[in-house]
Design a protein around this ligand. Structure first.
Ligand SMILES: C=C1C[C@]23C[C@@]1(O)CC[C@H]2[C@@]12CC[C@H](O)[C@@](C)(C(=O)O1)[C@H]2[C@@H]3C(=O)O
Ligand SMILES: O=C(O)CCC(=O)C(=O)O
Ligand SMILES: [Fe+2]
Length: 370
């Protein structure tokens, strides 16, 4: 059980004074089933994806083909896992493959550098075969399907493995549309091959944000005091190439727009949300922007989200794609580095830090500060 100090608790509750973010008026959307219908539909979808990645680094995917019963089973399995007694969840952490952070179960502590959030989570490496390198204790968390009534019960780990295979396939379709939208028609697998590589450093995260707790404030106090907004997951960009998120019907995800304002993303259980990650910002020479996002907890209902992070193999050298650099008159915004190097550097940072600035070329860094 994690017991926080008073100061640590304040760190989570501090944003209570902030006003709730307004909803994102227009969530860019791509329907993958429509995109598959014809060459013209595919190129229209590719253009829409590229525009969303340039404008927001964020969009919604519908028509994705991930079966609804699988999503329902995953949601039920995750809820059943987080409802386990604390000692069983802690045991799962201790049993994590390799036993080493960041993988396994944790509560309130995010990463190793003092970040806190109103969240508990499972973080799993995804093995080359597509299966979760999951804590073995997950096998002992039986769940029956919420949607299929009499369907056989099955363990969390099996549902996770099935989900990972499906979400990885869909992620690669999205990455191919991104490449096409950038005009990289000669090599539309330029991003997807990194996530499909047998050594791809991809991960799965299952987050559970418990309902915001009641406060003892007097009835006459303003709503923000009676129902403080808590930081579920502080603002950050994701370091990988792409993150593909699905949540239950409790909202909480917020993204930062280009002007720095925050907007909330209405939940949609039928869809997936895609974030551009730092590595894709580098590969596209800054044309696609990694989106700054966070989760705020202001609901009396729990939020459960599952995020697939598509990462390259550790040895992969990342640098702006030459074709995209040429289009900017040869200006290369980032130096070459390996994914291992980037990840090591990222894991030394706090959640809210800018992790890309250490990899900018001097010209880009100089332009940004002038
Ligand atoms: C504070 C941190 C948590 C994090 C590693 C880091 O040092 C900075 C990046 C964080 C992040 C954000 C996206 C993913 O949720 C994550 C798994 C990742 O790869 O980078 C987390 C890391 C984590 O929770 O360990
Ligand atoms: O839980 C969510 O909805 C988003 C969490 C997130 O951004 C992350 O795990 O990197
Ligand atoms: Fe994230």
């Amino acid at each position: 059980m994690v017991v926080l100090t008073k100061g640590e608790l304040e760190q989570i509750t501090l944003p209570a004074v902030q006003r709730a973010a307004p909803p994102l008026a227009f969530v860019p959307e791509v329907d993958l089933s429509a995109a598959a219908a014809s060459v013209a539909a595919r190129s229209a979808a590719a253009r829409a994806v590229a525009k969303a990645c340039e404008d927001h680094g964020f969009f919604k995917v519908t028509g994705h083909g991930v079966p609804a019963p699988l999503l329902a089973r995953l949601e039920a399995a995750a809820a059943a896992f987080f409802a386990l007694p604390q000692r069983d969840k802690d045991k799962a952490a201790a049993a994590a493959v390799g036993g080493s952070p960041p993988f396994g179960y944790a509560s309130k502590r995010i990463g190793g550098n003092g970040d806190l959030g109103w969240v508990e989570y499972l973080l799993l490496g995804v093995t080359p075969a597509g299966a979760a390198a999951a804590p073995s204790a997950l096998s002992a968390a039986p769940v029956s399907s919420a949607s299929e009534g009499a369907a056989p019960s099955c363990c969390f780990r099996d549902v996770l493995d099935e989900y990972i295979a499906a979400v990885r396939r869909m992620t690669c379709t999205v990455l191919e549309l991104m490449a096409q939208g950038l005009g990289l028609d000669d090599d539309t697998a330029v991003f997807s091959r990194l996530v499909l590589d047998r050594d791809s450093d991809s991960m799965l995260r299952v987050n559970h944000y418990p309902p915001r707790p009641e406060t003892a404030a007097a009835a006459g106090e303003p709503a923000e005091v009676r129902r403080p907004r808590l930081t579920g997951f502080g603002e950050h960009t994701d370091p990988q190439i792409i993150s593909v998120l699905r949540s239950n019907d409790t909202a909480g995800l917020e993204i930062s727009l280009r002007d720095g304002s925050w907007v909330s993303v209405p939940s949609d259980t039928q869809s997936f949300f895609v974030n551009v990650g730092d590595a894709l910002q580098v590969l596209t020479n800054g044309r696609f922007r990694s989106v700054r996002h966070r989760v705020m907890v202001s609901s009396g209902r729990p939020r459960v989200s599952v995020i697939f992070f598509g990462g390259p193999p550790p040895r992969e050298r990342l640098a702006p794609l030459p074709g995209l650099v040429d289009r900017e008159g040869g200006r290369r915004r980032y130096r070459e580095f390996t994914w291992r190097e980037y990840k090591t550097s990222a894991y030394r940072t706090k959640l809210a830090d800018n992790r890309l600035c250490y990899f900018e070329t001097t010209t880009a860094a100089a332009a940004a500060t002038s």
